[in-house]
Ligand binder design. Structure first.
Ligand code: SAM
Ligand code: SF4
Length: 458
């Protein structure tokens, strides 16, 4: 039977995505792989023939959520008379492997982040009840080679994965174990995908990688030539017709090279927003985390970035309660935040991850101390975010309109600084860049008044 035959009988596909933007991208790619087999998205697991749970292993809470969701799916599978197929993908699948099937026998398939292209084959094997239900080999390039080159864009803003894995081995983090060694896609491969997105009306591309600024992809059509850096790649993508906006995430301070910083100043398509996780403001803790830089070096990078692109919005990640963190260390983090000023930040209590060096360290911090520190840090970060948003009142910003608002007659989109913006306007603005005067702000969004729309760049 060929793919056209199977496409005649649509089968329901429901993918639940946890965790980072790379997982969101991976879920989109799984939809692409499954489409030729006749799988079409449905809006709930109860209507699905195949449910994929795309998982995150970064903190213990995220992992436990997966097992509780699988318990719910088991009931739905029983109600379907066993017809539903349950697949677990992503980093929990990679880390737990067979243990997942042992703990929840209703699971049919387990596939790690480098095995999505094998989904069709695994589903076929499962339906014939032959062969392995587990695929957790690491082969990032094989995956990218095997995935369909064409993407189905879902709106005017899209993710594009350019780099995977990590060799940095921060002592708290599972990523190097679940996503494997650092690997970059070739510039040619990325260009094909970016052009296909642009042809479908995508105007903003977010380049993704666990350490996206460690990117070192093979140069276009030059076998064995020097690899390109992320700065070069951004300038190249900025030249693709229709692409007005470029973002990238997540970067590491150690890989923030001068050329990438310069690109923020000389490439207008690069949005004035940088997510640069620092984790802590204490040099002692940064060393114990194996981050490879000091707080002072972080401040130097921030100064250079602000020099290249005045007004750039800065985002970061923080961990409180890393083993051995004292009140003084925590105060150094608060000081770094006060000195830098963030537009948005993500902060977490340290979570002990089995198999990582920090899990075995002395001086694990009691939960109530972690709670108090997280509250204090988040209060400060909320104040900064509220102030950053309020600063936009009275400005006219270019908003990429991405969808209809919750209220009738409203649309919403993103500002160059990544803020959500709501304003009154017709739905045909979706996919366009609108000039909007900002008239209100809150912690999480802005409101504005529509002025005019701008067509896509040729
Ligand atoms: N590669 C990025 C970097 O180096 O900053 C971060 C990627 S990681 C998937 C996203 C965030 O999760 C980290 O920046 C960190 O703040 C948080 N994180 C990772 N491991 C953690 C742990 N064991 N406990 C708490 N937060 C953790
Ligand atoms: Fe994890 Fe550190 Fe690698 Fe980021 S750089 S993915 S935090 S090991």
């Amino acid at each position: 039977m060929n793919s056209t035959d199977t496409a005649k009988t649509p089968k329901g596909l429901f993918i639940r995505t946890y965790g980072c933007q790379m997982n969101v991208y991976d879920s989109e790619r799984m939809r692409d792989v499954l489409r030729p087999l006749g799988y079409a998205p449905v809006d709930g697991p109860e209507h699905a023939d195949l449910v994929v749970v795309n998982t995150c292993h970064i903190r213990e809470k995220a992992t436990e959520k997966v097992y509780s969701e699988l318990g719910q799916l088991k009931k739905l599978k029983e109600a379907s008379g066993g017809r539903m197929t349950i697949a677990v993908a992503g980093c929990v699948a990679q880390a737990e492997g067979e243990e997942l099937i042992r703990r929840q026998p209703a699971v049919d398939l387990v596939l790690g982040p480098q095995a999505y292209h094998k989904l069709p084959e695994m589903i076929a094997r499962a339906s014939r009840a032959v062969g392995d239900r587990l695929e957790t080999e690491f082969d990032t390039l094989e995956k990218f080679d095997a995935l369909p080159k064409a993407r189905n864009a879902d709106g005017p803003a899209a993710f594009l994965s350019v780099q995977e894995g990590c060799d940095k081995f921060c002592t708290f983090c599972v990523v190097p174990y679940t996503r494997g060694a650092e690997l970059s896609r070739s510039v040619d491969d990325i260009t094909v995908e970016a052009r296909s997105l642009a042809a479908q009306g995508v105007r903003e591309i977010s380049l993704l990688g666990q350490n996206v600024n460690a990117f070192h992809g093979a140069a276009p059509a030059i076998e064995g030539g020097p690899d390109w850096t992320l700065g070069q790649l951004c300038r190249h993508i900025a030249k693709i017709g229709g692409i007005d906006r470029i973002r990238y995430t997540t970067s590491h301070p150690r890989d923030m090279d001068d050329d990438l910083i310069a690109a923020h100043g000389d490439t207008p398509a690069m949005m004035p927003f940088l997510h640069l996780p620092v984790q802590s403001g204490s040099d002692r803790i940064l060393k114990a985390m194996n981050r490879g830089h000091t707080a002072g070096e972080f401040h130097e990078i921030v100064a250079k970035v602000r020099d290249a692109r005045p007004g750039i919005a800065l985002a970061s990640d923080f961990i409180v309660g890393f083993p051995g963190e004292t009140d003084l260390d925590f105060e150094a983090t608060m000081e770094l935040v006060r000195r830098t000023g963030f537009a948005i930040a993500y902060s977490f209590k340290y979570s002990q991850r089995p198999g990582t060096p920090a899990a075995e360290m002395f001086g694990q911090v009691p939960e109530d101390v972690k709670d108090a520190r997280l509250q204090a840090l988040q209060a400060l970060l909320r104040d900064q975010q509220t102030a950053f948003n309020a600063d936009q009142i009275g400005q006219t910003l270019d908003i990429l309109v991405t969808g209809k608002g919750r209220m009738a007659g409203q649309v919403h989109g993103r500002s160059p600084y990544m803020q959500a913006v709501h304003f009154d306007g017709p739905p045909d603005l979706i996919g366009q860049i609108a000039s909007v005067r900002i008239i209100g702000s809150s912690l999480n969004s802005l409101t504005g008044e529509f002025i005019t729309a701008r067509e896509a760049a040729a």
